[in-house]
Design a protein. Structure first.
Ligand code: ACO
Length: 159
């Protein structure tokens, strides 16, 4: 499996992977928007033998956070890896790749994401492997009313 930056032709395969893995889905237009504006932050895991996209991270940059504070930061819109390819370190690798670009190219102060409070696998990855901390809990964030942890990982603190 190779980890590489996503190209425009990968976007529909990323969308496909998302549909298999998560109930939070997005229009193709939303993928295109990410691809056109933040291509350097989009990574895929490609199975070299089949040419299939087996994992992806969809990410973007933002200037303003939930409290209206202006601070350049990255945001992970969506991450998933097909069931057949889990526990191989792929999510960890695509996340580290996008973090590196957020830090070095965009000079982000931090990266944020939302995750279901029940998502043990993702929480293990974010907290234990990648150094995210829970910033707050958003009640009934998801369509089925489950709460979300709003998590952040800091690259550099505000001067
Ligand atoms: N149980 C507990 N911890 C886990 C599990 C699990 N099933 N899977 C991964 N982890 C943790 C472990 O700490 C693991 O490190 P280790 O292997 O040394 O123990 C670490 O995460 C890294 O694991 P990876 O192999 O890199 O993770 P993987 O490639 O399997 O992908 C992911 C993890 C993305 C959460 C996958 O399970 C998945 O696609 N789940 C469904 C979709 C999803 O929940 N996506 C995240 C939603 S939040 C968002 O998109 C911002």
């Amino acid at each position: 499996v190779s980890i590489r930056r996503a190209e425009m032709q990968d976007l529909q395969h990323m969308q496909h992977c998302n549909l298999w893995c998560l109930p939070e889905n997005y229009t193709y237009k939303y993928y295109l928007y990410h691809g056109m504006v933040w291509q350097s932050l989009l990574y895929v895991a490609e199975d070299i033998n089949s040419g299939r996209i087996v994992g992806y991270v969809l990410a973007k940059q933002d200037e303003e956070d939930e409290e209206g504070t202006k601070l350049e930061h990255g945001h992970i819109t969506s991450l998933s890896v097909l069931r057949t390819h889990r526990k191989l370190g792929l999510a960890n690798k695509v996340m580290q790749s996008t973090h590196r670009d957020m830090d070095k190219i965009f000079e982000s102060h931090y990266v944020s994401l939302h995750v279901r409070v029940s998502n043990r696998a993702a929480l293990g990855l974010y907290r234990d492997k990648l150094g995210y901390e829970t910033f707050d809990t958003e009640e009934k964030y998801y369509a089925d009313d489950e709460n979300a942890y709003n998590m952040r990982k800091w690259f550099r603190k505000k001067a």
